[in-house]
Design a protein around this ligand. Structure first.
Ligand SMILES: [Zn+2]
Length: 332
């Protein structure tokens, strides 16, 4: 649904942050649109005010996504962050349980709320004490935008059970505890659609066409998911995941990966294994072999940082032990 790529922005603690052209466009729009409405004398003020808002939104979104990112990294799910036209996205490998998944999702809004609280305290006890608030209206507009947007975005994400917002994902994970996955996904998407329709009408009448189009877009995405039967969590309910038979497609991919490994085409073996993982749940035995191939290939390609997490998950076979020995000097 959302664009998946962008320009590399920075890397922090091994987590890449990218920015999509749509994000830059949207922020430019926010920055320059107040200027258009103001008289010539106020244009500079309006511009700097807009700039503070854009900076505050960007900082706050990054805090939110790093909330997801750090927990995903803790579970070794190789997170990466993208700021895109609809906010932020933290992509990562499929979590191995619903509990891990829920913690990753919850951490985003939680980080943002804690951050807003911290900024509020800092502002109340430090900045206000120094009387910077009146001395520099730009700083104070930045601080207020930071607090306001963080609380707004965190609550919006947490409280609305709309897919694919954080609240929608948590609601789906909650429903999975009560009912089988096919019922849970259908109910989660229907509730999401049920909420999006009045929201879209409200946005169209009160908040402008841009938000209305965005909501219609998300609505169509929800309908499409509901009709396609596509997996929402990327992981079938616990009990069934363990027993699910490998599909013919998965068998075929594993065969490709084995052949590539035998030919010492590690890049291809690695690529095919990632493709295989994106197909969803697979039998434990197959998954163990996938970890093994990923670990051996990553070490052969000297991508030791990635290899580390695969080596940990891979079964203790001779090939894995050898790969561990090769990787050992390169790991901290
Ligand atoms: Zn989030």
């Amino acid at each position: 649904m959302f664009e998946r790529s962008g320009f590399h922005f920075f890397t922090f603690r091994g987590i890449d942050v990218a920015v999509s052209p749509w994000y830059l466009l949207l922020m430019a729009f926010y920055m320059f649109s107040p200027m258009l409405g103001s008289g010539s004398g106020n244009a500079a003020n309006a511009f700097f005010g807009g700039l503070m808002t854009v900076l505050a939104i960007t900082v706050s979104l990054i805090v939110h996504e790093f909330g997801h990112g750090f927990v995903a990294k803790f579970y070794r799910l190789r997170p990466s962050i993208l700021l895109h036209g609809f906010g932020g996205l933290c992509s990562h490998d499929i979590a191995s349980s619903d509990k891990d998944d829920a913690l990753v999702v919850f951490a985003g809004p939680a980080a943002q709320l804690v951050f807003a609280g911290g900024v509020f305290l800092l502002n109340t006890f430090l900045l206000a004490g120094l009387n910077l608030g009146t001395a520099t209206p730009l700083l104070s507009s930045f601080v207020y935008a930071l607090i306001f947007f963080s609380v707004f975005w965190a609550l919006l994400n947490l409280l609305l059970p709309i897919w694919p917002l954080d609240g929608g994902q948590l609601f789906h994970l909650f429903l999975r505890r009560l009912m089988p996955e096919d019922k849970a996904r259908a109910l989660a998407l229907r509730v999401s659609i049920f909420l999006l329709i009045p929201l879209g009408i409200f946005a169209f009448m009160k908040a402008g066409i841009f938000l209305a189009i965005l909501i219609v877009y998300i609505l169509m995405y929800n309908f499409q998911l509901l009709n396609s039967g596509q997996d929402l969590a990327g992981r079938a309910s616990g009990a069934r995941a363990a027993q699910s038979p490998a599909s013919a497609f998965q068998d075929e991919l594993l065969g490709d990966a084995e052949r590539a490994l035998a030919d010492e085409d590690f890049r291809e073996a690695y690529r095919v294994c990632h493709q295989l993982r994106s197909t969803g749940a697979m039998p434990d035995k197959m998954l163990a072999r996938v970890w093994e191939i990923l670990a051996v290939s990553a070490v052969a390609m000297e991508r030791f940082e990635e290899a580390e997490s695969y080596l940990e998950r891979a079964p203790n076979t001779a090939a894995v032990r050898r790969a561990r020995e090769l990787a050992q000097p390169h790991l901290g």
